[in-house]
Design a protein around this ligand. Structure first.
Ligand SMILES: *Cc1c(COP(=O)(O)O)cnc(C)c1O
Length: 365
C-alpha cells in the first residue's frame, strides 16, 4: 500500500503558486505578454559573461563573490549610492522574498496596492504572513492615510505601477514614508522607462528600500539579476537571511557591465518610449482607451462599434490577437483591469504587427 506524502507546513498546504505569463517555447510569436525588453542586451554584458565563465568555462569551477561585489559596485556607481548598502539578488523577485522573510510573518502583515504585482501575496503566504490590500481608486489613485495606517510591517509600492502603468511622484512617496511606521519597499522594476524614481529616498530615509531588476530596462530577464538600495540596517538584515551565494558568477559580471553601459540604456529606453508613444496614439485613434504609460507596457481597453469595452470584449480581442500569433496579457480578476489588455512595448515591427491586428479586430469586431 502506498504511504501518504508527508504534510508540509499548514500555511504552505493552504497556498497556491504564482501564475506567470505564458512562455511559449516554439517560435513564430509576437510576444508582448511579459514586459521583456525587445532589444538584445548591451554587447558589453555579453562580453563580460563570456569572460566571467573563463576559457572553456574554467572559471565556473570556482564559487562566485559571495556578496556579488561586482554587481554591487556597479549599481553603486550607476546610482551614486553607497556600495555597502546595495544587496544583490537572483532577480528582484529574490529580494522581494528576502524582504518578506526578514520583515513579515505571522502577526506581521504584508501590505500592497491593489492591483499591483501578484507575486507579493504568494511570497507572503509562504512565510505565513497576512496580506493587506489598499485599493487603487477608479481614477487610478490611492489614499495615503490608508497606506500609512494599514498596520503592515512591510508595504510594497510598485512604482510605476504594474499592471496599470501609472506612476506616483517621489515627493509624495517621501511624505508617505514619513507617516508609515513600517518598511516601505518601492518596487522600481520599470523605473528605466519613467522620469522619476525614489533612489534619493532610499539614500536618506531609514525606512525606504528601492528594488531594481536587470530584467526589463536592461534586457536580461533570462539572466536573473536584481538589487536593492537599502538603509544601512536593512542591508545588514538582508545579508543575514539571503543564500550564501545567491547570484552566480556569470550573472554578477554581465549585470555589472550592463549597469555601467549608460549609453546603451539611454538609447534603448528612447526607442522603447518612442514606440510606446506611437502605440498609444494608434490605439487611441481606433477607440481603445489607454492608461498613460510609465513602464514598457500599455494597459489598453479594446472597444469597437459592435463591442463596447467589457470583460467579454477584452477576452474576445485577446483570442483574436492570439489567433494571429500575437500574445498579450489579460488580468480578468480585478475591476480596474478586466476590460483591458496589457501589451508590452515591442520593436517597431512587433508594434506594427500588433497594431495591424488590433485595427483588423476593431473593423470586424
Ligand atoms: C518583472 C517584475 C519584477 C521581477 O523582476 P525579476 O528581476 O525578473 O525577478 C518585480 N516587480 C515587478 C513589479 C515586475 O513587473
Amino acid at each position: 500500500m502506498k504511504r501518504p506524502s508527508p504534510e508540509p507546513n499548514p500555511h504552505v498546504a493552504a497556498m497556491s503558486a504564482y501564475v506567470p505569463g505564458e512562455q511559449p517555447q516554439g517560435g513564430g510569436w509576437v510576444k508582448l505578454n511579459t514586459n521583456e525588453n525587445p532589444y538584445p542586451p548591451s554587447p558589453a554584458a555579453i562580453e563580460a559573461l563570456r569572460t566571467a565563465a573563463g576559457d572553456a568555462g574554467s572559471l565556473l569551477r570556482l564559487y562566485p563573490s559571495p556578496d556579488a561585489s561586482p554587481l554591487r559596485e556597479a549599481a553603486a556607481k550607476a546610482h551614486d549610492f553607497p556600495a555597502g548598502r546595495v544587496v544583490a539578488g537572483n532577480g528582484s523577485d529574490d529580494l522581494l522574498n528576502l524582504l518578506i522573510r526578514a520583515y513579515a510573518g505571522p502577526g506581521r502583515p504584508v501590505g500592497m496596492l491593489d492591483p499591483s504585482y501578484s507575486l507579493y501575496p504568494v511570497l507572503a503566504a509562504a512565510q505565513g504572513a497576512a496580506v493587506i490590500k489598499v485599493p487603487i481608486s477608479d481614477d487610478l489613485d490611492f489614499d495615503d492615510a490608508r497606506v500609512a495606517d494599514c498596520g503592515a510591517a512591510v508595504f510594497f509600492l510598485t512604482n510605476p505601477n504594474a499592471p496599470l502603468g501609472v506612476s506616483f511622484t517621489s515627493a509624495r512617496i517621501a511624505a508617505l514614508a514619513g507617516r508609515f511606521p513600517g518598511l516601505l519597499v518601492v518596487d522600481e522594476a520599470y523605473a528605466a522607462f519613467s522620469d522619476d524614481d525614489c533612489v534619493s529616498l532610499a539614500r536618506d530615509l531609514p525606512n525606504v528600500v528601492v528594488t531594481r531588476t536587470l530584467s526589463k530596462g536592461h534586457a536580461l530577464a533570462g539572466l536573473r539579476a536584481g538589487y536593492a538600495l537599502c538603509p544601512e540596517e536593512v542591508a545588514s538584515v538582508l545579508h543575514r537571511v539571503r543564500d550564501s551565494y545567491n547570484l552566480d558568477r556569470v550573472a554578477q559580471a554581465a549585470a555589472a557591465a550592463a549597469l555601467l553601459d549608460d549609453a546603451w540604456l539611454r538609447r534603448t529606453v528612447a526607442s522603447v518610449n518612442g514606440t510606446r508613444a506611437r502605440m498609444v496614439a494608434a490605439l487611441t485613434a481606433i477607440g481603445w482607451r489607454c492608461v498613460p504609460p510609465h513602464g514598457n507596457f500599455i494597459l489598453a481597453e479594446p472597444a469597437s462599434a459592435r463591442r463596447p469595452a467589457s470583460s467579454e470584449t477584452s477576452a474576445h480581442a485577446f483570442e483574436f490577437l492570439k489567433s494571429r500569433r500575437i500574445l498579450v496579457r489579460r488580468f480578468p480578476g480585478h475591476r480596474l483591469t478586466e476590460r483591458c489588455l496589457r501589451v508590452s512595448v515591442g520593436t517597431d515591427a512587433e508594434a506594427d504587427a500588433f497594431l495591424a491586428a488590433a485595427r483588423e479586430w476593431s473593423a470586424e469586431g
